[in-house]
Design a binder for this molecule. Structure first.
Ligand code: NAD
Length: 280
């Protein structure tokens, strides 16, 4: 039997409806998300468009600030500082990729932790070790949400996270540890990936290599969360999991596009509302 698809678009839609209600409860309190972008990048343009749509639906004012090509790290820091001090700004994010000469970590550290709606400030990342922070990293929170949606018992479940990046792999692993999953993290140094993935009840793949994980690397019935976003040979967006073969083996599977991506955007909206004081 082919895998049950985890429809991220539907899940995100339900989340936005719930978020809209939370926003309405804030009544006249401003909820504003500022997006900073240096120059114009076609990939970022797609993200900004999706974020803008979601913000509109939820009732968040989204302000897009385009900084000119040639903006230095000091210029960007000054702009972030100004936004940190603006009472009407609930949260901000800086669109990636950043131009050469601007250090992503410096940028994350400059954003006030309570306005860090991407959940990437060391204060928010660090809190993950204690518990789920108020503002968790959006993609990691989205992957967690998709797994929870399956209704699987996470306690004791063998979970393999492939990829150990700061913004995706590591925080996902820690979030799933809070559910008492038995978590293994695989990465570029892992010797025999298939040995790990084959025994996993849950596989989360966040690498950036199309087709890295295919059906014969999976345990029948496994829940497979594909975080990857890659440009396929024909120009189409594909994930890190070979969908056709995985679908025949997995119990649950996220499509790409339409899986983790939309839920990540919904998490950004949730974090923005939380930053504005909403209980959601
Ligand atoms: P990254 O480049 O920072 O990290 C890649 C990770 O993959 C590293 O931990 C590396 O050790 C591991 N890796 C590389 N080759 C490997 C191999 N052969 N076997 C096992 N592990 C290997 O990537 P990232 O920023 O975490 O992004 C990963 C993917 O997720 C990308 O495709 C990115 O576009 C996508 N992404 C999606 C979302 C979303 O919202 N859906 C958000 C962020 C990133």
């Amino acid at each position: 039997m082919p895998a049950q698809l985890l429809d991220g678009r539907q899940i995100a839609k339900r989340m936005r409806e719930r978020l809209r209600e939370a926003r309405d409860r804030l009544a006249t309190r401003p909820v504003r998300l500022v997006s900073l972008e240096i120059g114009q990048n076609p990939a970022a343009a797609v993200y900004v468009r999706n974020q803008r749509r979601a913000a509109e639906e939820v009732g968040i004012d989204m302000e897009v600030q385009n900084l000119p090509v040639g903006t230095t790290e000091a210029d960007l820091m000054a702009r972030i500082d100004e936004l940190n001090g603006r009472d009407d700004v609930s949260g901000m994010l800086v669109q990636r990729p950043l131009p050469p000469g601007i250090d992503g970590r410096h940028v994350q550290m400059a954003i006030a932790p309570h306005k860090d709606v991407e959940g990437m400030h060391p204060a928010n990342m660090g809190t993950i070790l204690y518990k789920e922070p108020l503002l968790p990293p959006c993609t990691a929170a989205a992957a967690q949400q998709l797994i929870v949606e399956t209704g699987m018992d996470l306690r004791g479940a063998e979970t393999v996270v492939v990829g150990h990046s700061e913004i995706v792999g590591k925080p996902i692993a820690v979030l799933l540890l809070h559910h008492l999953s038995t978590v293994t993290v695989c990465h570029i140094g892992t010797r025999n990936l298939i040995e790990h993935t084959r025994r996993a009840d849950i596989v989360v793949v966040a690498v950036g290599k199309p087709g890295l994980v295919h059906g014969d690397m999976l345990k029948p019935g496994a829940c497979v969360i594909d975080v990857g976003i890659n440009q396929g040979a024909d120009g189409k967006i594909v994930g890190d999991v070979d969908f056709a073969s995985a679908e025949q083996v997995a119990g649950f599977l996220t499509p790409v596009p339409g899986g983790v991506g939309p839920v990540t955007v919904a998490m950004l909206m949730r974090n923005t509302l939380r930053a504005a004081g909403a209980e959601v």
